[in-house]
Design a protein around this ligand. Structure first.
Ligand SMILES: [Zn+2]
Length: 211
């Protein structure tokens, strides 16, 4: 579970004021993080369906348990941070996952090289240009494949501390074969309520129908 990150430009955005509207946000089937029950209800992470799909396709979540041993994989989470002053809920909504396609991984090691970071930042800029969204890096994800459980190892905590230390900056650890996922927040790696929308939204279905 050793992760080496050589550089990251993790610019934080201001939290925008918006009400935490579960009905609007949870447009589809929701898969919660395994450690959601321990999470602080004042901080929530929501992954839109497209971002979930990008992660699931990359880590082969839907292929289920396979006898082969997989390598560790990872990437970054793009989105926006919000604050609902009335409910006192800080939340981040992830609209895009950028996968570290060229990272060098083994079953217990992931090296996100400088080149790989450059590539991810370029993809982030391209995404923002195409969508006009102005999304920022709100966190990262990586896998603990095979028989590993999901937790923040010493090295993971070090990565979080060095590059993702914001109060509303997140980390998700997936085990793709065993369908485990846990989310963590801030430098301290607090257990976090994360909600992954695993089915397409109505608007996405209609768009696909037009192809
Ligand atoms: Zn790890």
């Amino acid at each position: 579970m050793k992760i080496t990150i050589h550089s990251v430009n993790n610019s934080a955005n201001e939290e925008l004021c918006e009400s935490y509207d579960e009905f609007a946000l949870f447009d589809g089937v929701v898969h919660s993080s395994d450690n959601a029950p321990e999470g602080d209800p004042h901080h929530k992470l929501v992954l839109k369906h497209k971002a979930v799909r990008e992660i699931f396709d990359f880590i082969e979540w839907d292929r289920g348990e396979r006898p082969d041993s997989r390598d560790e994989q990872g990437g970054i989470l793009l989105g926006k941070r919000y604050y609902d002053a009335k409910k006192e809920i800080h939340f981040a909504v992830v609209s895009k996952a950028i996968t570290a396609d060229d990272a060098v991984g083994s079953s217990g090691y992931l090296d996100i090289t400088q080149e790989c970071w450059r590539d991810m930042h370029k993809k982030k800029d391209d995404y923002n240009e195409a969508t006009g969204e102005d999304a920022v890096i709100v966190g990262w994800f990586h896998t603990h494949p095979n028989s590993l459980s999901c937790f923040m190892s010493g090295t993971d905590r070090n990565t979080q501390d060095l590059f993702f230390d914001g109060d509303n900056t997140y980390s998700i650890v997936f085990n793709p074969q065993r369908h485990l996922l846990k989310a963590f927040r801030a430098r301290e790696c607090y257990a976090t309520q994360a909600f992954l929308i695993t089915t397409p939204t109505k608007a996405e279905v209609e768009l696909d129908g037009q192809d």
